[in-house]
Design a protein. Sequence first.
Length: 153
Amino acid sequence: MAGSAWGIRWGLTFSLLGIGMGLTFSYFFYRYCLHKVLFRILFKRFNMPEVRTYSSLGSIRWVLIIQLIPGLPYMAQNYILSTVNGINFWHYLSISWIVQFLWAYGFVCGGNDWIRGNLGIKAILLLCFISWGTHRLYKYLQRQKRSHVETSH
């Protein structure tokens, strides 16, 4: 609805800033305030294995995989990425910001078209294209991960 309230330029600007502030806040809040409390409540019977990323490419791959899981709410994505050891903050912030902004772009354009009385076909097509593209990228990353695991054994 940001597109209908402020127009495309300001709607995108406010969305971009809001996404960045939300990602930064959620990372530090989940990592340093809520992490220990939730782990004690949820996982008191067993220890969680540590995810090893070994390199910056591993960190980038984990952020992409979690961000591109279809249907997983942003709150859950941000919590998972904030609490996994080995995820670089800058990888988390930059990739999450881009992925979430692509969705926001479609919604802002759709809200702007909707307020003008248009159906917002361009925005609907953009959101469908983003959905299809993220699904294809997710499947590709899964195949890459499987082939990497098979070659390492």
